[in-house]
Design a protein around this ligand. Structure first.
Ligand SMILES: NC(=O)c1ccc[n+]([C@@H]2O[C@H](COP(=O)([O-])OP(=O)(O)OC[C@H]3O[C@@H](n4cnc5c(N)ncnc54)[C@H](O)[C@@H]3O)[C@@H](O)[C@H]2O)c1
Length: 442
């Protein structure tokens, strides 16, 4: 098949699945809120699927968190299941059951193990199959980001979670970073006034990682040959979605998106990939910079950016603007009318004394040394705590679906000269009655 036919086919599939998703909106609306809670589980038995770079970081965290045990592990590479088994027994737990017999062996794990939770950090294309297998077999599911790459898959996880009455979480670690949590705390206290606009993104030079012969180099670059849009919206969007009460009083209504030229990977390949390598044959369609604008049901605006193929320092932008002031990340600064000098930023670190989120105050030392500055530990801790105590989780399947939907919707909008595309209401109206996220504690 010609490359351009393949891409065309991809676009047709994207359009068809969007149509199917729209039809699903007409289904009967379950009553109440989306704050689902399951019966408490005193000791959470976990099956971990995909133990590469990020999965091993979660495994290390879970070994330190009270009230959980990794009793099964799965990866297509036996060296990764060996590593996990050694780490688990080294921490004083019984050896886990091992599943490493190919890319669908997680189905056997979900089917045959007695587990409470299946947690996956596989490549993007496997998140939904793993979570559906987990929920179908009576297990809660949690996934690394993004949860899903198509609207069909977003609906599939929502429908499975509702049908099987299981948690299905997007594990967005950036929601738990220190500044993001401080800003959420400030928003809840009304310090920024009414929030009117926010900006977030994932701006990270991944060229060397994408071309490596290991880790993400084995799967992530392939997405750049298939779709053109924002393939990784959740790190920037997750924290600001909470500040705008997404699915809890407001919701994403529609999106417009533009991608610029595709140059970064081509330039990298020309300079670094040796002649004769199959990588030389690849053709990238992903624009280097993608900008999407979201309008919420309450008329508020969000800018989401994506840029992973150009040389640049790291940033998630992280801007939250209200009627009384704003927070702006990278570098972290605050401006609040009536506090400090007019027209001058204040270093956000000086606000930590007053506005630090209680979870960070309580857990900073426990999180020290864990992945991504400690935020990964806090998110794993909260997951296990909510399961053990039978609480609604901080992030749920509606967050997973609406935030991940930006992947598909941005591709659609880019393909239609930036036409507006609607977000499905995955909550089926319950965003109006679901309470805002509380300020959580240890
Ligand atoms: N939240 C974050 O900050 C963060 C950081 C890095 C990666 N991630 C996410 O974590 C996920 C994994 O990324 P990574 O960097 O660890 O990639 P990786 O390639 O290092 O790890 C993926 C692992 O999954 C295994 N795998 C692949 N297919 C499988 C299958 N069908 N069944 C079982 N195992 C399978 C691979 O062998 C590998 O060990 C991705 O979704 C990525 O977006 C998130």
């Amino acid at each position: 098949m010609e490359r351009r036919d393949f891409i065309k086919l991809g676009t047709t599939a994207v359009a068809a699945s969007a149509l199917a998703a729209r039809e699903a909106v007409g289904q009967p609306q379950p009553a109440g809120t989306t704050a689902f809670a399951a019966p408490p589980i005193p000791n959470v038995r976990i099956g971990y699927v995909g133990i590469g770079g990020q999965g091993s970081s979660h495994v290390r965290n879970l070994l330190k968190i009270k009230g959980c045990q990794i009793t099964a592990v799965c990866d297509i590479r036996s060296e990764r299941t060996d590593w996990a088994s050694k780490a688990i027994t080294g921490a004083g737990f019984a050896a886990p059951a091992v599943y490493n017999k190919g890319p669908r062996d997680f189905e056997r794990l979900c089917d045959s193990e007695s587990l409470d939770l299946v947690y996956t950090a596989t490549p993007w294309e496997w998140h939904v199959p793993v979570m559906l297998a987990a929920m179908k077999n009576g297990k809660h599911a949690a996934t690394e980001v993004p949860a899903a790459m198509t609207l069909d898959d977003c609906w599939a996880i929502v429908e499975a979670a509702e049908k099987h009455q299981k948690h299905c979480l997007l594990m967005e670690n950036c929601n738990y970073d220190r500044m993001e949590m401080m800003v959420y705390n400030m928003v809840r206290q009304g310090v920024l006034g009414d929030v009117l606009h926010a900006e977030g993104g994932y701006l990270h030079d991944l060229r060397a990682i994408k071309f490596a012969d290991e880790g993400e180099g084995l799967w992530r670059r392939a997405w750049d040959t298939k779709i053109n849009g924002n393939t990784y919206p959740t790190h920037g969007l997750g924290p600001i979605a909470n500040c705008l009460d997404n699915n809890r009083g407001d919701r994403f209504d529609y999106l417009v998106s533009m991608s610029g030229p595709s140059r970064g990977l081509q330039d990298w390949a020309a300079e670094h990939v040796p002649a004769g390598s199959p990588k030389k044959q690849e053709r990238y369609v992903e624009g280097d910079v993608n900008c999407s604008l979201i309008k919420t049901a309450k008329g508020r605006t969000i800018l989401v950016e994506h840029c992973t193929n150009l040389p640049r320092p790291y940033s998630r932008i992280h801007m939250v603007q209200g009627s009384k002031g704003l927070f702006q990340g990278y570098p972290n600064r605050v401006y609040i009318e009536g506090r400090g000098k007019e027209d001058e930023w204040v270093d956000a670190n000086t606000m930590l004394g007053e506005f630090e989120h209680p979870l960070w105050k309580e857990m900073a030392s426990a999180a020290e040394g864990a992945g991504h500055g400690g935020m990964d530990f806090l998110e794993d801790y909260r997951l296990i705590k909510c399961l053990r105590e039978g609480l609604p989780t901080d992030m749920n399947v509606y967050d997973a679906a609406s935030i991940s939907a930006v992947v598909h919707l941005s591709v659609q909008s880019v393909g239609k000269k930036s036409a507006a595309v609607d977000f499905p209401d995955f909550t089926r109206g319950r965003w109006k009655t679901t309470p805002v996220l509380p300020i959580v504690h240890i």
